[in-house]
Design a protein. Sequence first.
Length: 84
Amino acid sequence: MSGLNEVIQKLEAQKAAIDRALEALRATGTPAAPMGVRKRGRPAKGAPRLTPEGRQRLRDAMKRRWAQKRTAAQARKRRDRRKN
């Protein structure tokens, strides 16, 4: 049981250290902003941004990609039907 008591003492010491750290942070008076978000809720400085033209290029590229996949799938279906 002494091993259990040692673990409890270590955890209580860690809890005390955390409590002291929290008190020190509260004493600064400024709330911490969540990571990746500025005060006004905008994305952080390094966040990727797309221009409307970039979004349109991406949209067109995805449409072409899915069209190619769709036609390839249809060709496979036709080929499989011919085999049977």
